[in-house]
Design a protein around this ligand. Sequence first.
Ligand SMILES: Cc1ncc(COP(=O)(O)O)c(C=O)c1O
Length: 322
Amino acid sequence: MSIYLDHAATTPMIEDAIAAMSAQMVALGNPSSLHTPGRASRKVIEQSRESLAAEIGCAPSEIIFTASGTEANNTALKGLYWKGRSVGRNVVVISAIEHHAILDPAQWLVDHEGAEVILIGTTNEGVLDISKLEELISRRADEIAVISVMHSNNETGVVQPIAEVVAVANAHSIPVHCDGVQSFKKVPLSFSDLQLTALSLSAHKIGGPLGIGILVLKRGLEIPALLHGGGQEREIRSGTLNAPAIVGFAAAARADYPSAQVKQLREELAAGIVRVIPDAYINGSGELLPGIVNATFPGTESDTLLLLFDGQGIAASTGSAC
Ligand SMILES: Cc1ncc(COP(=O)(O)O)c(C=O)c1O
């Protein structure tokens, strides 16, 4: 029997998403073309955009389709940095626990674009240290181009205090980007309620296809693009839209996530681990994603453990897959 315990890395596609995507894959038409097949393709994309916007709590026009969560993160972080730098702000503030899809573009901005990156650490419980952020903002608000904090962490599952981050940032008109890739559909997450400037999402973490992401970008805000070409998606993300992947994403986002059931399984697994292995302990506390158990097994080599699990048909992870 094989047991897949790595849904933070990627999830199996749900049937509705496969069906929607398969139907669209045989449909012809570039959504930017004016003829009938082109307009038909545009129509399904715009319907999907509306359906996704309802799930995200944003306006349809605030959705920019990208090819991944990684691309959405890069577009937001670099774009908001460049926009800020044009008015003399060169500081990028991120949490120390961001995914590499934020850590690495932030470092790239230091190496190539004159940015100063400041990392804000977490408490022992894995929650962003909001007092450190407040202290930094009280001293250097006028220099900060963008703050980026993930909605929940992909390794610990700890949900972060984004509403508090936005509250301190808004008081100084500092844009906030949030990597919501792990949280979307799993815990409450609304772009408009949180009053975010930008939010990144990815379909393959919620039963949708690989290779499609979303950058939600506040209405009316324009940022420099990474990709230039046909001018699609508010000229922020050029490239022919991937209609099959977009309808697959929308279908996956419409499905209910069985939070209560997954949470119950998490609690059973966590309790079972500490019962069978008394040395082991479970990390993370407070508000957690329903589907992540982060355990430490003292005295073990994580790679060896993973291979032993794999030999038993269990796919687990010792950290981010990439
Ligand atoms: C928190 C987080 N951000 C970003 C990404 C990148 O998303 P994608 O795989 O769509 O590039 C991932 C997953 O890989 C993730 O867990």
